[in-house]
Design a protein around this ligand. Sequence first.
Ligand SMILES: [Fe+2]
Length: 179
Amino acid sequence: MFNFIKIITEGKSFKLEQVSLPYGRADLGRSLSKQTLDYHYGKLYKTYVERFNNREGDADFNEAGAKLHSIYFSQFRAPTGQNKPEGASLEFINKHFGSFDKFKEEFEKTAMSIQGSGWVYLASDGKIKTIANHEIKKDIVLLIDWWEHAWALDYQADKKKYLENQWKIINWNFINSQL
Ligand SMILES: [Fe+2]
C-alpha cells in the first residue's frame, strides 16, 4: 500500500508533502509531456497540498486531491516499446480479466463512462472503479486521472488516446508493490 508523506505536527493535525517524481519531467515522452507535468504536477497538485496545509478551502477535498495525485505521479517511468504487466500484476490481471488486452478494454469502457471530473482505478478486489471529483480510497492498485487537466494539453479531446498512451509509461514494478 502506498505510504503518504505526512508530517505530524501537533495532536491530530498534520501536513502533507508532494511526492518527488521518480523520473524527469521530460522523460515520459509523448505519453505525458513536460508541459503537462509542469502544469499538473508543478501547479495543480502543489496547490492541493498547499491549500490543505494552509487550511484554505475544503480540507477533505484538498487532502483527497493531494493523496490521489501522490499515487498517480508515482506510477510512471520512461516509455519502453513493450511495456506490459509482469509478476504479481500480470497474475492479478489474468486472474480477473483473462488477459491484459481484455483488462485495457474494460478499463477504457469504465473510464469513458465518467461524466465530468473524476478518476478511474483498478481496485484490490479486481474490479475497475471510478471516483467522482476526489475521494480517498484504500483499495487503489492502479489509478488514472480523468480530470480534463490530465489530458487536454496533450490530447485535446482524445481521451482514448490519452489512456492508450498511459499504458506505455506505467511502472509495473510500482503496481506490483501496490498489490
Ligand atoms: Fe489531476
